[in-house]
Design a protein around this ligand. Sequence first.
Ligand code: NAP
Ligand code: 8YV
Length: 324
Amino acid sequence: MDRPEILQIAPAMPVVADQLAKSFTVHRFWESSDPDAWLAEHGHRIRGVAAGGHTPVDESLMGRLPALEIVSSFGVGYDQIDARWAGEHGIVVTNTPDVLTEEVADLTIGLVISTVRRIPAAERHLREGKWPSGTFPLTASLRDRKVGILGLGRIGKAIATRLEAFGLPISYHGRTRQEGVEYSFVADPVELARQVNLLISVIPGGGATEKLVGAEVFEALGPNGIFINVGRGTVVDEAALIEALRSGKILGAGLDVFADEPNVPAELAAMDNAVLLPHVASGTVHTRTAMGQLQVDNLISWFAGRGALTPVAETAAVAAREKK
Ligand code: NAP
Ligand code: 8YV
């Protein structure tokens, strides 16, 4: 039987690339010198897409793949994929939930402490030979913090569990109240920021959340406030964040994600009250391997007629309909 033809749109870890090559005929799309001509000639044979975490998969690509059945993505966030369009056109989109939850929550705690206790600045103080001429200044503390979580989903809950162990009170905002949690729900993000002084954003990107965290939120968070973002950079109005950090409207920020990755505003990079990471929250060998395995398993399961393992909400109906 013919092996399904897959379009791999971005380079992948060897564990992914090797397994794809064993089960499918793989086309390395990013290496094409003329993508339009390639799609016109070969697009009709493509039945699956292996998507990277950041390369867009939109109507202009999927619309030229008439036999496309499934887009399997690497990452839990899928704002780079037009999943609604896919669902409306009978295409399943899968992501990699759960396997990265604990890893991302661990890194978030590291970022929280680094930001509040200024660990990178303290280390620079030592490495730059400044210790003999002066002790590092006293910092803010976690001891007087109230935590607000924007997006109490899988990762938000794992962050909350960890911060509970630190003895900190927790409240949250999302579109809906979460079942089975005792943290207090706040219906408005600005009101949540007003009630806390450590605000952690872990909501998905996309049109619905664009610049949800802006000047009003920072004003409400206040001059002792710390803002952490491990969700998506597009959720934040970066100009407003820079202004809030520059003017002392908030105390500090810890960011793993940015609006235009890998480009980080020079103003942010120059700020001593911001801790900046290059989108590494899931970036361990253990967890990236698990994510890659789930991406491959979704494709294998689909083409073996066993259905998609982790379809996203917008395409869940297609996945259920097509399961043989
Ligand atoms: P999840 O379980 O789907 O949780 C997302 C949460 O966001 C839900 O509680 C949801 O609650 C809330 N939400 C969604 N849309 C919202 C809106 N318009 N306004 C307010 N709240 C909204 O997803 P997850 O597994 O926790 O992952 C969350 C996100 O983290 C991903 O989408 C990704 O962008 C990001 N992420 C980043 C990294 C990294 O490396 N930095 C790694 C993994 C994930 P309601 O439905 O009640 O609104
Ligand atoms: C990945 C992420 O780094 O899963 C997500 O949503 O943001 C990260 O785990 C990224 O998607 C892979 O490039």
